[in-house]
Write a new protein. Structure first.
Lengths: 289, 404
């Protein structure tokens, strides 16, 4: 094995596969550390979306009647993939700096670290999805069964995109520690620029399908369409001429799949770019940490 | 087993920023100011080939680049130029207990560490008991590692590394930690590895260890490979470098830690080896240490003292002219005090000479000189330890065999 050269993308993927056991262990470690010395442990991960569910149900049923029907379901459908993205990217960005002890002392493919952060975020996502499923059962809410398979390509695409961004930022953050702080702001802005608390129809009214340029949008839309379904909402309540529109484009599964497909291809391209950047930044990684 | 390490023309360049600009803001602010950074080569064009089944030692003082080289071989650092090729599964012990996470239990850390070395859960299950046995911490295996003593963590680290069945073992100074019994156990395991034909690259500054277990040794100095050969040769080259380094240390007259009134001044000191062509002695050789002094005015109360220290700062002998029953009475002007050693019965090492001139009660120190001269001892045998005891072994066979 040549340890002095930069490995190519294919070799990197192969190495990650060899070290899958480490990926699992690091993921487990991350989860364990997060809830160390806490009595409730994983329950905390469940409580977060539960609280969202209860609060939004109360607020938008009794205090500010929302124009979106079944608002808590709508919100969680979009919030969950965003949470996955934000937790994975946030954790991934600090993963190399945060594991300085490991990076300076032992060798393993460094990209395992951001990937393990994503792994931990996926586990949380699973727990939150369980809460959402529970809510569907409790409210006797039927998801859009024919759209449900969209969840798979949506998640796969999101994970590829997440891996590409997290790897790049993890390496950049070693050299410029401001990255992690800047990211917090960017993620906050990103949340409000993604149709999570408001329906896509509202953005589409203003700028058309250009809104799909936000890479989170196709994923969020697929989730919302599959779980929340399609309902008519009133847009522009404060205007003189409010409109009745379907919240999500009602043009069949293919439209959603096409969006995800385009995003997937771009994400794979980004992933190769991330491998390249990571390889370059890796040259002086352990002495800069 | 055919594991080997090929290090070819490896250089590593470091850029040390004096004030690290770690954030974008600092970078932007410092954009126009010329950043002050120090650049240096931690390794320069180093070529070392370690053959399959060979144990090679890397000798060098602090900052010689030996640990950087080991990190490059381990893959932790990437050389700026040159290539490193390894054949065989590698386990690196750069610091015992490295890669352990304090919040995880010993058991969890074993699995974590094993997977860092590329093992699967099943692989680790198989060697788990061996690891625990070797580390001798059965009772604490389910406690968090942060509650372990450093010795316990070190034991666990070594236990994992040697039980994962590596073909190449990289070791950095780790044999210097832990209690003596454990050190011996580690050494035994390393010797077992050698018998198994595994390849070992070992970083150390302990010349004894190199002579004891290495097939060959390399000496690094300021990133350059200055010697690579048989352990004895390398050990000698290492000593030469230490000696030169010692000689370069300027005598700082303004050193405030030295209380000297200079009524008598040490003008110079010299170690006189019996063979002028070689700057070392064997333990059975005589050696002279000459101290040239100058007393501008007559001094009546005077004692010359000498002490020999080893590298760890342990005093081997401290004596003076008074104790040896030689009172010079009074001195005036220039002269030389000669300490004659009939033998120097210590094993391999560079020994530091402390010299002093003071009054009988020690209340007045005229001058002193600490560790500027060294005595280099090279023992002919392969004995280990500190003292060169003249010892022989006789085997007396009984006239009539007991069996048969």
């Amino acid at each position: 094995m040549d340890v002095s050269d930069r490995p190519g993308p294919i070799q990197r993927v192969r190495r990650i596969w060899t070290f899958r056991e480490l990926l699992v262990n690091l993921t487990r470690k991350e989860l364990k550390i997060k809830y160390k010395n806490s009595a409730l442990g994983f329950v905390w991960s469940l409580l977060n979306p539960m609280l969202y569910l209860v609060v939004f149900y109360l607020v938008f049923t009794y205090f500010i009647p929302a124009s979106i029907p079944y608002f808590p379901i709508f919100l969680l459908s979009g919030l969950l993939p965003y949470n996955l993205f934000s937790a994975g990217l946030g954790g991934g960005t600090t993963s190399i700096v945060g594991n300085a002890g490991l990076v300076g002392k032992v060798w393993f493919p460094r990209e395992i670290l951001p990937l393990a952060s994503i792994g931990a975020a996926v586990v949380h996502f699973g727990l939150q999805l369980a809460v959402l499923t529970g809510a569907l059962v409790v409210f006797r809410y039927q998801p859009a069964w024919s759209y449900l398979p969209l969840l798979v390509p949506a998640l796969v695409t999101l994970l590829v995109l997440l891996a590409a961004l997290a790897m790049t930022l993890a390496a950049v953050n070693v050299y410029a520690r401001d990255t992690q702080h800047l990211l917090e702001l960017v993620l906050l802005a990103w949340f409000w620029m993604t149709p999570i608390v408001y329906p896509y129809a509202q953005v589409r009214e203003k700028i058309g399908d250009w809104a799909l340029l936000n890479p989170l949008t196709p994923v969020v839309l697929a989730m919302q369409r599959a779980i929340w379904g399609s309902h008519v909402v009133t847009i522009g309540v404060t205007n003189k001429t409010p409109k009745q529109l379907t919240a999500l484009p009602d043009v069949g599964q293919w439209w959603y799949l096409r969006n995800l497909g385009v995003l997937f291809v771009i994400s794979v391209g980004l992933l190769f770019f991330a491998f390249w950047v990571f390889g370059r930044l890796e040259d002086n990684l352990s002495e800069n940490i | 087993m055919n594991a080997s390490i090929e290090i070819d023309n490896v250089s590593k360049h470091f850029k040390l920023n004096h004030a690290r600009a770690d954030s974008l803001k600092e970078r932007v602010i410092n954009l126009r100011r010329k950043t002050t950074h120090e650049e240096f080569w931690a390794l320069r064009d180093v070529t070392i080939h370690v053959n399959s089944g060979e144990t090679v030692g890397l000798l060098g003082h602090n900052g010689s680049g030996k640990s950087t080289l080991l990190k490059c071989v381990a893959g932790i650092m990437r050389p700026t130029s040159g290539t490193i090729r390894k054949r065989g599964r590698t386990a690196a012990l750069l610091e015992l207990g490295s890669g352990f996470h304090g919040d995880l239990t010993g058991r969890e850390n074993i699995y974590m560490n094993g997977s860092i070395l590329g093992l699967s859960r099943v692989d680790i299950d198989r060697i788990f008991d061996d690891i625990v046995d070797f580390s001798e911490i059965e009772d604490f295996i389910d406690n968090q590692v942060k509650h372990y003593s450093s010795g316990m963590a070190a034991r666990l680290g070594f236990a994992v590394a040697v039980n994962v069945d590596p073909e190449i073992l990289l070791v950095d100074e780790v044999l210097s930690v832990g209690d003596e019994a454990f050190q011996r156990k580690c050494l035994d395991r390393i010797k077992q590895f050698q018998r198994d034909g595994r390849t070992i690259l070992l970083v150390t500054h302990a010349v004894d260890l190199v002579r004891q277990i290495c097939d060959r040794a390399a000496v690094l100095d300021h990133g350059n490979l200055v010697a690579f050969g048989a352990p004895g040769e390398a050990a000698l080259a290492f000593r030469e470098h230490l000696r030169k380094k010692g000689a370069e240390v300027p005598h700082d007259l303004n050193d405030p830690t030295l209380l000297r009134n200079l009524e008598v001044e040490i003008r110079g000191a010299q170690v006189v080896y019996p063979r002028p062509e070689s700057a070392y002695i064997h333990p059975s050789d005589p050696v002279q240490i000459r101290v040239d002094y100058l007393a501008p005015e007559r001094v009546d109360d005077i004692v010359f003292s000498i002490a020999i220290f080893d590298q760890d700062g342990k005093m081997l002998i401290g004596t003076n002219s008074d104790l040896m029953g030689d009172d010079p009475g009074s001195i005036d002007g220039e002269g030389t005090c000669i300490f004659e050693f009939d033998r120097f019965p210590v094993l391999d090492g560079v020994y530091l000479v402390h010299l002093g001139i003071h009054s009988h009660d020690g209340g007045v120190v005229y001058d002193q000189r600490e560790g500027q001269e060294t005595v280099v001892v090279l023992s002919e045998g392969r004995d280990v330890g500190l003292v060169h005891f003249p010892v022989r072994a006789h085997i007396e066979a009984r006239a009539t065999p007991i069996s048969g």
